[in-house]
Design a binder for this molecule. Structure first.
Ligand code: AMP
Ligand code: MN
Ligand code: MN
Ligand code: MN
Length: 279
């Protein structure tokens, strides 16, 4: 497929922390001119079947994806899997374990917020979670906004739920090698999500990328809603240097929470090998 196609290979539905149901998300993507869409919910495959069905009816080519939370060097990193098999039992059961650890973390977050006098946050967060098996900080953030603790979700993440702020709970996510292996064994391509977002020095990031590649990682997101135009250039350079495939995705979560809408990103630099080169 060539550059005339509009690829958006990273977004979220209500199966994780997006605000649109899978069918609504696909319809919005189609309306925005997306021709190839990957749904990449956090640690969850539950939205894929519904999204694929609607995509077919809207003339959007659908790619089954996932965004797996891992811990590396003490920080959280996200690995996107593109083209996974939603029926793969090993992937499904591994992600089920990750989701269970999210549920345990949610109880701890709520206990932390209780100590601050913010009561009812566990029920409150779950009320914002369409999928009771996938709870995340975004659901707590929406609850805190509804409680009047912050003006919007972005401001919650400046004052709560992050390291050094109230309601933060450290979490041990999956291992890098495991996440890469789960994705590959289910037929998918492992891609580092929004590499510009991690609090890593240049040297640490390079060490991470080298380990990712050795583990079987194949690409990085270059053009994403989380990168500035300067970062497109910086991560394009790293894609060339490490001979990574390049990906493009909005990381859309919802009309009121995301700066970049589905399908509304610039193209990848034309000399990069896109993750879709052989699709
Ligand atoms: P979790 O995986 O549950 O720890 O939550 C991570 C999610 O929180 C991200 O995928 C975003 O949806 C949301 N998030 C994290 N930081 C921010 C931020 N600064 N602004 C808005 N949403 C954020
Ligand atoms: Mn999210
Ligand atoms: Mn992410
Ligand atoms: Mn994401």
């Amino acid at each position: 497929m060539d550059a005339a196609f509009n690829f958006d290979l990273h977004c979220h539905s209500t199966a994780s922390d997006g605000v649109l149901a899978p069918d609504e998300l696909v319809r919005r993507a189609a309306a925005n001119g997306v021709s190839v869409l990957a749904l990449t919910d956090h640690d969850e495959l539950a939205g894929l079947t519904a999204a694929a069905a609607v995509a077919g009816a809207c003339g959007v080519r659908f790619v089954a994806g996932v965004e797996i939370s891992i811990t590396w060097g003490g920080i959280t990193i996200h690995i996107v899997g593109l083209g996974v098999d939603p029926e793969n039992a090993a992937l499904a059961s591994s992600l089920e374990q990750v989701r269970a650890s999210r549920s345990r973390r949610a109880e701890k977050i709520a206990a932390e917020l209780d100590t601050l006098g913010i009561e009812g946050s566990l029920e409150g967060a779950y009320a914002f979670a369409e999928n009771p098996h996938l709870i995340g900080r975004a659901h707590f953030a929406r609850f805190l906004v509804a409680r009047g603790m912050a003006a919007d979700v972005a401001s919650v993440f400046r004052h709560y739920l992050v390291r050094g702020k109230p309601g933060y709970v450290p979490q041990q996510w999956a291992e890098l090698g495991d996440a890469v292996a789960w994705i590959r064994a289910s037929g998918g391509r492992p891609i580092v999500a929004h590499p510009g977002r991690y609090k890593l020095s240049r040297a640490e990031l390079r060490r991470f990328l080298a380990e990712f590649k050795t583990a079987g990682g194949e690409g990085i997101e270059v053009v994403t809603g989380s990168h500035s135009p300067e970062q497109y250039v910086e991560y394009a350079r790293l894609a060339r240097e490490f001979e990574f495939l390049a990906s493009r995705g909005s990381d859309f979560h919802g009309p009121d929470e995301s700066l970049v809408d589905l399908g509304r990103l610039p193209s990848l630099p034309s000399d990069l090998k896109p993750v879709w080169h052989d699709w």
